[in-house]
Write a protein that binds this ligand. Structure first.
Ligand code: SAH
Ligand code: SF4
Ligand code: F3S
Length: 470
C-alpha cells in the first residue's frame, strides 16, 4: 500500500488568497492527499503568493529560497509557487528559482493534482534547459511546469475548499476585477470579474451553518459589484443573512461606487449583517483619485459614508490609503489627512505606493515619482493621524457591553480573543471551551487598537452546542 502523500500550503496576501489556499487544500484532499501542518512533514509544498507590493514579493522570494533547503533532505519533495506572484512573474520566476518545480497562477488550481503528477513523472516539456550556476559550473534545472493561463470562465464552481476554522468561514463569491486602478496589479494577475451562482453560494453557506459555523465573510475584489441575472449583491446579502444558523455576515472589499441605497438598507435591516464596512478611499484628493482612476471624488465618497452612517448609526468604518502615488504633492497628501479627520475611520490600512510593472501608473513621468524618504515620512504621518483617531474612538467605547464571538486563545494564558459585531478585537479571561461561542463582554480598557474586557454572562461552552440552541 502506498503511503498517503501530504501537502503543505503556505499562504500570503489577502483573504481571497487565504481562501484560495483552502481551495487548494480541498482539491488535494479530495484526491487523497493528507494536509501537513509543517513544511518538514510534506511531500508537496505550495507557497501561495501575493503580488500587490514589491515588499510582499521580496518576502516570499526569501521564503522560497529557504524552503529549497528541504529538498536536500527529501529529493522527491515537490515545491510549487502559486497565486498572484506566480502569475505575474511566470517563467521568469521559474528561471530565477530553478529549484521550484511548479509555477501556477490563480486560475490553474482545478488541474493542480494532474500538474503535480506530471511534475513527479517528469512529464514536462518546457524549461528543460541548462543554466549556468552562479559558481560558473553548469547546473541542469529539473523539468519545471508553469501553468499561467487566465481562464475567464473559471470560478471554481463545484469544488469544495477545506475550511480550517470552526468559528468563521470565508466565502468567495467573485474572482478577478473589472476595474483598472492605475497602481494595481490585481486585474492583470486575476483577470476580469467572474461571479459565482447565487444558489451555489447559498448552498455553501447553508453547509457552513450546518457544520456549526455561524459567521461568514463574503469575498470579492469589488464584492458589491457582484451580480448574477436579476440578483444584486444586496439581494444576495439579504439571503445569506437569512440562512438558518448564520448569526454574523460580513463582506470585503466593497468599491465605494457600488455602495447603493439598497445595499445600505439591507445592512440596516438584516440583524445578521454586522455594523461594519471596509470602504477603501485610497486618497483624499480629487486630482490623485482621478489619476488613480478610482472613478469617484472626495465629495461623492463622503456622500457614501454619510448615506451608510445615516442608515446604520453605530457603523464601524475602515479604509485603505495609499500615500505617495506618483505626482502626489505635499498639499494633496494633506488632503488625505483631512479626509481621515473628516470621516474618522475606526481602522485604516496604510501603504506606500509600490511600483508594479505593467500597470498604467508606471508610465507616469519619472520625475513625478515620490522619493522614498518623502513617501516614508508621509506614511508615518498618516499612521500617526489614523492611530490617534482610532485611539480616541476606542477610548470612547470603553464601558460598552458587546456580543463577542470567541475565536481563539489569546497569547496570555487563560485569556480568549474574539471580535465584536463591529469587528473590534477583545481579549478577556475565559476558558478555551468557549471558543466558537458568543459571550457578552464589557469593554474595560483599550490599548488604542484593541480592547480588554470581562465576560458578564455565564457563558455556554462550545460553538456547536451554542448554535443548536439558537
Ligand atoms: N480590491 C480591493 C483592493 C485589493 S488590494 C479594493 O479595491 O478595495 C488591497 C489594497 O492594497 C488596496 O486597497 C490598496 O490600498 C493597496 N494597494 C494596491 N496596489 C498597491 C500598490 N501598487 N502600492 C501600494 N498599495 C497598493
Ligand atoms: Fe485593484 Fe482597483 Fe480592482 Fe481593487 S478595484 S482590485 S484596487 S484594480
Ligand atoms: Fe495579493 Fe493577489 Fe490578494 S496580489 S492582495 S493575493 S488578489
Amino acid at each position: 500500500m502506498t503511503r498517503t502523500r501530504r501537502a503543505y500550503v503556505e499562504t500570503y496576501g489577502c483573504q481571497m488568497n487565504i481562501s484560495d489556499g483552502e481551495l487548494m487544500e480541498g482539491i488535494l484532499e479530495a484526491r487523497g492527499y493528507g494536509i501537513a501542518d509543517r513544511p518538514e512533514d510534506a511531500d508537496v509544498i505550495l507557497v501561495n503568493t501575493c503580488a500587490i507590493r514589491e515588499h510582499a514579493e521580496k518576502r516570499v522570494l526569501g521564503r522560497v529560497g529557504q524552503l529549497k533547503g528541504l529538498k536536500a533532505d527529501n529529493p522527491d519533495l515537490v515545491l510549487g509557487v502559486t497565486g498572484c506572484m506566480a502569475q505575474r512573474m511566470g517563467d521568469d520566476l521559474a528561471r530565477k528559482a530553478p529549484w521550484v518545480d511548479l509555477v501556477m497562477g490563480p486560475d490553474g488550481y482545478r488541474s493542480l493534482p494532474e500538474a503535480l503528477d506530471r511534475v513527479r513523472r517528469g512529464d514536462v516539456k518546457s524549461h528543460e534547459t541548462v543554466v549556468p550556476a552562479p559558481s560558473g559550473r553548469s547546473k541542469k534545472r529539473g523539468p519545471q511546469l508553469t501553468v499561467l493561463d487566465l481562464d475567464t470562465g473559471e470560478n471554481y464552481q463545484g469544488l469544495e475548499q477545506r475550511r480550517t476554522s470552526d468559528v468563521a468561514a470565508w466565502v468567495p463569491i467573485q474572482r478577478g476585477c473589472d476595474h483598472r486602478c492605475t497602481y494595481c496589479i490585481v486585474p492583470y494577475v486575476r483577470g476580469p470579474e467572474k461571479n459565482r451562482d447565487p444558489l451555489e453560494i447559498l448552498g455553501e453557506v447553508a453547509g457552513i451553518a450546518a457544520g456549526g459555523v455561524t459567521e461568514v465573510t463574503l469575498l470579492g475584489q469589488t464584492v458589491n459589484s457582484w451580480v448574477s441575472g436579476d440578483w444584486t449583491f444586496a439581494r444576495l446579502l439579504r439571503s445569506v443573512a437569512r440562512v438558518p444558523g448564520i448569526r454574523r455576515v460580513r463582506f470585503t472589499s466593497p468599491h465605494p461606487n457600488d455602495l447603493t441605497e439598497e445595499l445600505v438598507e439591507v445592512m440596516a435591516e438584516e440583524p445578521a449583517v454586522c455594523e461594519q464596512l471596509h470602504l477603501p478611499a485610497q486618497a483624499g484628493n480629487d486630482r490623485t483619485l482621478k489619476r488613480m482612476v478610482r472613478r469617484y471624488t472626495v465629495e461623492s465618497f463622503l456622500e457614501k459614508v454619510e448615506m451608510a452612517r445615516k442608515a446604520i448609526p453605530d457603523l464601524s468604518l475602515s479604509t485603505d490609503i495609499i500615500v505617495a502615488f506618483p505626482g502626489e504633492t505635499h498639499e494633496e497628501f494633506e488632503d488625505t489627512l483631512e479626509l481621515m479627520r473628516t470621516v474618522r475611520f475606526d481602522d485604516a490600512f496604510t501603504y506606500k505606493y509600490s511600483e508594479r510593472e505593467g500597470t498604467p501608473a508606471t508610465r507616469l513621468p519619472r520625475d513625478q515619482f515620490v522619493p522614498d524618504d518623502v513617501a516614508q515620512s508621509r506614511l508615518e504621518r498618516l499612521i500617526e493621524v489614523a492611530r490617534g483617531i482610532q485611539a480616541e474612538i476606542n477610548a470612547g467605547e470603553v464601558g460598552r457591553v458587546e456580543e463577542v464571538l470567541v475565536e481563539k486563545e489569546a497569547r496570555d494564558p487563560g485569556h480568549l480573543l474574539g471580535r465584536t459585531r463591529r469587528n473590534k478585537v477583545v481579549a478577556f479571561p475565559g476558558d478555551l471551551a468557549h471558543v466558537g461561542s458568543y459571550r457578552t463582554v464589557a469593554l474595560t480598557s483599550t490599548t488604542g487598537a484593541t480592547f480588554a474586557g470581562e465576560a458578564v454572562d455565564a457563558g455556554r461552552p462550545g460553538a456547536l452546542t451554542a448554535v443548536a440552541g439558537d
